[in-house]
Design a protein around this ligand. Structure first.
Ligand code: HEC
Length: 125
């Protein structure tokens, strides 16, 4: 694990020294790096690799995009996952409680507005 950023000389992006950067990073990670045989020789090497990535960065075409209901439904793709609340899947009483709070908020806003309107009319007359 290399130590990449920082103001110290071991930071890779400051001195561009892989050996210093890896030595410091491995020390922080509590892992061995040098003082042994391969792979803890303290030497750095490189190997050629190939990486394929679709030009679309694996984003599906719009026609294949999942709908809200693909997850937010009882038989959706996340049906078997547990440990969290998913609106539309776990709903039941909790959803009704939340909609109740939305309705209550609306009622309070309307009542408050009416009281203020009536109050301002009384004051101006
Ligand atoms: C790939 C699955 C997936 C799709 C598709 C999806 N959601 Fe969700 N949505 C989730 C999950 C999982 C959560 C719960 C996140 C959590 O609790 O941290 C969530 C949470 C929510 C919430 C609760 C608020 C929040 O941010 O936690 C709302 C509102 C919501 N989604 C709306 C939508 C809408 C609208 C769409 C479609 C445009 C949509 N979701 C599509 C998986 C999905």
């Amino acid at each position: 694990m290399p130590h990449l950023f920082g103001k110290d000389d071991a930071a890779y992006w400051k001195t561009f020294d892989w050996n210093l950067a890896i030595e410091a990073g491995m020390a922080v990670a509590g892992e061995p790096y040098s003082g042994g045989s391969v792979p803890f020789s303290g030497e750095v090497g490189w190997m050629e690799t190939v990486f394929f990535e679709p030009a679309t960065q694996m984003v599906a075409p719009s026609g294949d995009a999942v709908e809200c209901g693909s997850c937010h439904s009882r038989d959706g793709v996340l049906a078997s996952l547990g440990g969290f609340y998913l609106p539309g899947r776990d709903g039941g009483a909790f959803d009704w409680l939340l909609w109740g709070l939305v309705g209550l908020t609306l009622v309070v806003v309307i009542v408050h507005g009416v009281i203020r309107a009536v109050g301002s009319k009384r004051r101006s007359s």
